[in-house]
Design a protein around this ligand. Sequence first.
Ligand SMILES: CSC[C@H]1O[C@H](OP(=O)(O)O)[C@H](O)[C@@H]1O
Ligand SMILES: Nc1ncnc2[nH]cnc12
Length: 295
Amino acid sequence: MGETKQPVIGIIGGSGLYNIDGLKNTEWVKVETPWGDPSDELLTGEYEGQKVVFLPRHGRGHKTSPTALNYRANIDALKRLGVTDILSLSAVGSLKEELPPGHFVIVDQFIDRSFAREKSFFGPGCVAHVSMAHPVCVRLGDALEESLKTLELPHTRGGTYLVMEGPQFSTLAESNLYRSWGCSVIGMTNMPEAKLAREAEIDYATVAMVTDYDCWHEDHDAVTVDQVVKVLLGNADKARNLVKEVLPRLSAPRPACAHGCDTSLTYALITSPEARDPAVLAKLDAVAGRVLNAS
Ligand SMILES: CSC[C@H]1O[C@H](OP(=O)(O)O)[C@H](O)[C@@H]1O
Ligand SMILES: Nc1ncnc2[nH]cnc12
């Protein structure tokens, strides 16, 4: 086995998950980034010796909407605190009969229909193209699946998460369109989050927690926030138990991801070194430092 690194696990808590318990030596840390402010301070701590960084995606008190989230600042801040692996916890609507409220889905694909968000750290002055063919980390998915099995929580491995812009929920025609595309769940936040994690060479996986049947199901009312919150409150302890179950499975020093999640920039930069803008490179110090400092 080649070089190994000690993982630092980042947890992004979605709707209903604004804190996690059971960590030792905790501190809420304010992190400045070249992309602006993250959603909130980040909670650093340890669980059974494993370093953990928690970020409430919408901020404590749920202050920021999916469109207004500063996804770049969130991922950059996690990278600056040394995070190597991100577990994203998200509330979603179900687009399939067999995925009822209370069910957990370990997502393996996304369709990105968001349109009003900054989606890349790269651009004029330093252009890069990373692969998103396989957007989530298989190793993290394995650990999540084992943990859900151990906890005997109802779950499905694999499924496509449709990312809508929001903040309004879908129309019936949209919901049915996404169903006809074979999508499993719908939410508003996991893109560009997963794209930016890939650009920042951080392994990423999502556990989607089903809260509703969106608006397509004839036997269920169209989704409302109070319905989502009700299911989430019932799910929050399960999500926290899942975190405690999964962390020890991820704590051993590990080699670089066999599928390239954390070496995604090795062949991604296309702007020649002499054409790169130094001001842009300065902003990329955290997310692309590994490759920029090598060339
Ligand atoms: C409160 S329902 C809509 C809201 O919940 C999901 O957020 P998250 O992924 O952070 O759990 C969904 O994407 C919407 O942002
Ligand atoms: N039906 C739904 N649509 C979009 N985001 C959601 N988050 C939870 N339920 C949702």
